[in-house]
Design a protein. Structure first.
Length: 408
């Protein structure tokens, strides 16, 4: 005795590999499939359609296969409303809740397909009926409240993974950016600069995710210029980045090393903790800027130009600075708000903070990842963005080149 359901695939499913992936999913999970209809798009912009019947030994096996097919963009031919179940208590989701991808998703509620708001991976889907029309949004598990209507199972859910169009061109095309090693090429710098200009002209948001290496390697001034001239609209970093940036202004060093001469001044190893002490004494970075103690650098330009920033703390932090968010959940929420507003994200020599931001990004957000470590770049690009450029290079080389391309 077997059970079966019919699913449909539509779009550029051959070019993107979606069709082959779906065939493989069925076979790898012990099911069988039979293609009932197959229409190949015969022009550059035409889409391909495939309808197939999926068979499994048990209902449980079939549900598991359909779940995986759903993640790849396949949909059942007889759509039903999504199954909703009330959360039993705060922070607790129903059994078999739907865990989201970072791809655009729609949910069928009361016979209507509703787009999911604030798309993010590894969240629950909550249906809000408080307004005139229902809304569906992602919610992290710790924010679930008792009584929230949570989507369970896979019924009534459609995922729209990015496709590779037949005419896709450019570094930001579907999965075309890859990883460029050695020094950044002029053509890639121009591509990134053009994208930043376009976001700027459309009043969009460029989010820079910054690591301390920016200061160590000499890229600080270039980044400050980009903040001052309006090409960076928000900043996400850790306590360390801000401390090194402020230390550079107060003492001319970064972790006690003169960034110009590379010499170690006397007592330079104490500059890091002295900087923290001075900023704490003044009451925070804003107070240090307003009193003229801090007069240049990235944090200075953020405050002078009303650029919002999030400094997310960690267990490794010295101090930390008064501006650093030490509550992990609060920091996650602040990062999530930044990520959802971003149109372009620059991940600049920081693995941990880039992963944190990347976890909150929809797959449609364009990203640029720059790091001297190839493994870091590869790991960040593999987190699900369909439009990404990776550069394996010194951040101190990349930022001045980008600054010059944008400002000259």
């Amino acid at each position: 005795m077997t059970v079966s359901r019919t699913v449909e695939l539509e779009g550029h499913i051959i070019d993107s590999g979606m069709m082959g992936t779906c065939f493989g999913v069925v076979m790898d999970m012990g099911g069988e499939f039979e293609v009932e209809e197959f229409e190949v798009g015969r022009t550059k912009h035409a889409e391909t359609y495939c309808r197939m019947r999926v068979t499994a030994d048990t209902e449980e096996d079939l549900r598991a296969i359909l779940h995986e097919l759903n993640q790849q963009g396949a949909t059942v031919t007889d759509p039903r409303d999504a199954t909703l179940e009330a959360a039993p208590e705060d922070g607790v989701v129903p059994v078999d809740f739907y865990s989201t991808t970072n791809h655009p998703t729609v949910v069928r509620v009361d016979g209507e397909w509703l787009p999911v708001e604030d798309v993010e991976m590894d969240c629950a889907l909550v249906v809000d009926r408080s307004g005139e029309t229902p809304r569906v949004h992602t919610t992290v598990l710790n924010a679930i409240e008792a009584g929230d209507l949570v989507v369970t199972g896979d019924t009534g859910i459609r995922v729209d993974p990015p496709e590779r169009p037949r005419n896709g061109t450019g570094s930001f095309g579907f999965m075309q950016g890859g990883v460029s090693s050695e020094r950044p090429s002029a053509s890639l710098i121009e591509e990134i600069a053009d994208e930043m200009r376009a976001v700027n002209e459309d009043d969009g948001t460029v989010l820079a995710v910054c690591g301390p290496a920016i200061v160590h390697s000499g890229g600080r001034n270039a980044l400050a210029d980009l903040v001052r001239t309006g090409y960076v609209d928000a900043l996400s970093a850790g306590n360390g980045f801000a401390v090194h940036d402020l230390e550079r202004d107060l003492y001319g060093t970064s972790l006690g090393v003169d960034t110009e001469s590379l010499e170690h001044p006397r007592k330079g190893h104490k500059h890091h903790i002295y900087t923290i002490s001075e900023i704490v004494r003044l009451g925070g970075i804003e107070a240090a800027v307003s009193e003229g103690v801090v007069s240049e650098g990235v944090m200075f330009e953020c405050l002078e130009n009303d650029i919002p920033y999030v400094l997310a703390g960690s267990i490794r932090d010295d101090g930390p600075l008064p501006d650093t968010i030490t509550d992990a959940i609060e920091a996650q929420d602040a990062i999530r708000e930044q990520a959802q507003d971003a149109d372009l994200v620059l991940m600049l020599s920081t693995l941990l903070h880039s992963v944190a931001v990347g976890n909150c990004l929809p797959s449609t957000t364009k990203t640029v990842c720059v790091d001297i470590n190839p493994a870091t770049v590869t790991q960040l690009l593999d987190r699900g963005s369909a439009q990404a450029i990776g550069l394996v290079t010194d951040i101190g080389t990349f930022l001045p080149m980008l600054r010059d391309e944008l400002l000259e």
